[in-house]
Write a protein that binds this ligand. Structure first.
Ligand SMILES: Nc1nc2c(c(=O)[nH]1)N[C@H]1C(S)=C(S)[C@@H](COP(=O)(O)OP(=O)(O)OC[C@H]3O[C@@H](n4cnc5c(=O)[nH]c(N)nc54)[C@H](O)[C@@H]3O)O[C@H]1N2
Ligand SMILES: Nc1nc2c(c(=O)[nH]1)N[C@H]1C(S)=C(S)[C@@H](COP(=O)(O)OP(=O)(O)OC[C@H]3O[C@@H](n4cnc5c(=O)[nH]c(N)nc54)[C@H](O)[C@@H]3O)O[C@H]1N2
Ligand code: SF4
Ligand SMILES: [Mo]
Length: 675
């Protein structure tokens, strides 16, 4: 018998709704949910592949324990007893602070997986790491300095008069910090109803739909935004908005004074006419909605660029205004009703890296190898993450991970990290988990949607909360999970105390409950009623911000049919699997005697990789790109952990100089990329 179940995809923050058909405990089809009022029948190839992912031959079905250097299958009690005993020994000798956790990005949208934070809090260990510090560390830092809360993001309002997309490619990624299904519809809407500016050193799929594309030198956009703020403050600022809601305007004015037209053209390498037009458009439209993506957050000037986007919203009176920048308070969070207590969540970093900060109670991921080498970190849980691919300076990380007493990987697939584990624990995947959208605040709509699990867990897969509870019991730890907890719902329900509708009402609703879009709410709950556009540390960083020098800068890029290191076997689109290749401008290729398809050696001080070349005229000259997420062409072999942002703890993963040369040797391929 075929059973149909409504659910939603949690592979990215768009949360597209779908209907899954299940027959004899097999997912036979996944189709978009035409009736869903948020995703309106949109589902990308990755979401449509969730059934195939559920039945993928590399899915993990049994726990494994390392014995004598080899991982062997074990039953749950054996694996858990072994972990418990080792944790106890570590706690007795070194204290609970020697136990750490690294959570990957999928741990965020899968609500019940977030329970790992309660486990770590009860343990009382500061060794907490997540992908925030290798993705978008600037976002919470800047939001916190401007508003007192790290958990706020600006996105161009769906009705923005002038939408500006900087270093973000929603046509491929569906967004970053602002996520949306059916990106083409929204991009067209912006372009048809107003202006859509795309700022990217590659003429992207998104840029193709723009009314204007600017192709700046990587990591130089702070100057473009700084210049716009300077000019608008001189003529065209929303003085009423500034007087009523903004502190720090004079400090901001001083900080952007250096961005004259000439200086901005020098830094960005843009034509002065383009820069002038940008300002003219802002004045003409009156309101802007800006969003930056990983093209900015991974570069060396991330904080100040992100900050100047807030600042440009402020000086144009666009912040939290229809037609400008929309700030989603969140259906479940309900920030417009409950507000927040202002925080400064920067603190001291780990003992082995006193030069780094902690942020929001987490250490930066780049410190993991240092902490292991120093003996401060002895056991690491990896929860829905693939650190071997995601964390910079792979060579150094691999050496360090091998020194851990315990490496427990909670995964659903074989990955580049699972072979290193002392224990591999098979977790449930999203079709096997009930869930609710707690992260609608990254979307252009305030809503909540519940989905019951589509299928019973296969093999011996278990939810994370069950594993954590079993481990906690073995080490005598109470992390607040009541003994009667029997279902994901029991874990999620307490996570949404302020929600606009109760968990049970959301669960009972057949489709998403949409509450619309709230504007003009922030000043009512902002601490002191005002935004701070003159934060000292960010303005000090702005004073020192400078463009990156180099013949060739390597930039990050996502690919359409895979998700980071997941699905890079072509699962989502077998006819067009994404491949790892270095994209390069024709002039740069010719100058190095490189032809399309040639193998090249890409090198930095940290390491080198060999990859085939794709000559691509969409790039700006001097800009190359190697996508993230492959095992034997891992871009993180090239990244360095010395270039760390002192305020956010973020490493430089974009806009760094590389050397590219034709490779004529035999490539030593260690293993095929299989995941
Ligand atoms: N140089 C460089 N480095 C980068 C980036 C870059 O562009 N360049 N990108 C950065 C960014 S933006 C990110 S987000 C990180 C990604 O870093 P990670 O999140 O560590 O990497 P992913 O490849 O997304 O791995 C997530 C893993 O979670 C597993 N998983 C998915 N869902 C579930 C689940 O429900 N339960 C369990 N148990 N497991 C699950 C998947 O099988 C997958 O292996 O990498 C960062 N690192
Ligand atoms: N299909 C797919 N979707 C995904 C993912 C995936 O792997 N595949 N990953 C998900 C994750 S974890 C994340 S974090 C988001 C990321 O979402 P996005 O930030 O939208 O990521 P990209 O699609 O790589 O777009 C980044 C753009 O920045 C540009 N860029 C690079 N360097 C610079 C620079 O210095 N300046 C400027 N102005 N632009 C620059 C690149 O050319 C690229 O077009 O995507 C999510 N969605
Ligand atoms: S855009 Fe694709 S990956 Fe993102 S939620 Fe929708 S279906 Fe999933
Ligand atoms: Mo990410």
């Amino acid at each position: 018998m075929t059973v149909e179940k409504r659910s939603f995809c949690r592979l990215c923050g768009s949360f597209c709704a779908f209907i899954a058909a299940v027959e004899d405990n097999r997912v036979v089809s996944i189709r978009p949910d035409e009736d869903d009022p948020v995703s309106n029948g949109y589902l990308c190839a990755k979401g449509a592949a969730l059934g195939r992912l559920h039945h993928h031959p590399l899915r993990l079905d049994h726990p494994r324990v390392r014995r004598g250097g080899v991982q062997v299958e074990a039953d749950w009690p054996t694996a858990l007893d072994d972990i418990g005993a080792k944790l106890k020994a570590i706690i007795e000798t070194y204290g609970a602070g020697a136990i750490g956790a690294y959570a990957g990005t999928p741990s965020v949208p899968c609500s019940s997986v977030n329970i790992w934070r309660s486990f770590m809090a009860a343990l009382g260990s500061p060794q907490i790491y997540s992908t925030v510090s290798i993705d978008v560390a600037c976002g919470p830092l800047v939001a916190e300095r401007v508003t007192g809360s790290p958990m706020l993001v600006c996105q161009p309002d769906p009705d923005a008069r002038m939408a500006v997309l900087i270093g973000i490619n929603p046509m491929v990624s569906h967004g970053h910090n602002y996520f949306q299904p059916a990106p083409k519809l929204q991009l067209r809407r912006w372009a048809e109803q107003g202006e859509l500016w795309v700022v990217d050193p590659r003429r992207t799929e998104t840029a193709e739909l723009a009314t204007r594309h600017l192709s700046p030198w990587p990591a130089s956009e702070f100057a473009l935004l700084g210049h716009a703020v300077r000019e608008i403050l001189r003529d065209g600022a929303d003085r009423e908005f500034l007087a009523a809601y903004v502190n720090g305007v004079e400090a901001l004015r001083g900080a952007v004074e250096r961005f004259t037209l000439e200086e901005t053209a020098r830094i960005t390498r843009l034509d002065a006419r383009d820069i002038r037009d940008f300002v003219v458009s802002i004045r003409r439209t009156g309101k802007v909605g800006i969003v930056c993506g990983t093209g900015i957050s991974m570069g060396p000037n991330a904080n100040v660029t992100w900050f100047l986007a807030w600042a440009l919203h402020g000086v144009t009176g666009s912040l939290d205004r229809q037609g400008g920048a929309y700030i989603n308070p969140g259906f479940a969070r309900n920030f417009d009703a409950v507000g927040w207590t202002p925080v400064n969540s920067s603190g001291p970093g780990p003992a082995s890296r006193p030069d780094l900060p902690s942020r929001m109670g987490e250490y930066p991921c780049v410190a993991i190898p240092d902490e292991i080498e120093a003996g401060n970190l002895r056991a690491l849980f990896v929860i829905a993450g693939n650190p071997v691919i995601a964390i910079p300076d792979t060579n150094r990380l691999l050496k360090a991970l091998g020194k851990l007493d315990l490496l427990v990987v909670v995964e659903m697939m074989e990955t580049a990290t699972t072979p290193l584990a002392t224990h591999v624990l098979p977790g449930t995947g999203q079709l096997e988990m009930s869930d609710v959208t707690l992260w609608d605040w990254l979307n252009p709509l305030e809503y909540a949607r519940y989905a019951e699990r589509v299928i019973e867990p296969a093999g011996e897969r278990k939810p994370l909360w069950w594993m954590m509870r079993e481990i906690a019991a073995r080490i005598g730890l109470d992390f607040g999970l009541p003994p009667e907890t029997a279902h994901d719902d029991d874990v999620i329900r307490p996570m949404m105390p302020a929600s606009r509708a109760s968990f049970d009402d959301i669960r009972a609703s057949p489709t998403a409950i949409v509450s619309g879009r709230t504007y003009g709410w922030m000043h009512k709950v902002l601490p002191g009623g005002r935004f701070d556009l003159g934060p000292e540390d960010l303005l000090a960083q702005l004073a020192e911000a400078h463009p990156v020098e180099g013949d060739l800068l390597l930039t990050p890029r996502r690919q359409k049919n895979k998700l980071n290191a997941l699905m890079n076997d072509g699962l989502a689109n077998p006819r067009r699997p994404d491949v790892a290749e270095l994209s390069i401008h024709p002039d740069d290729a010719i100058a190095r005697g490189i032809a399309d398809g040639d193998l090249v050696r890409i090198s930095t001080a940290a390491g080198e990789v060999v990859a085939p070349v794709r000559i691509d005229g969409r790039y700006r000259k001097g800009v190359v790109s190697l996508p993230h997420g492959f095992t034997d062409m891992n871009v993180n072999i090239l990244t360095d952990v010395r270039e760390i942002d002192r305020l956010s703890g973020m490493p430089t993963l974009g806009a760094f100089p590389v050397t590219v040369a034709k490779f004529s040797g035999v490539r030593a391929t260690v293993e095929e990329d299989s995941l």
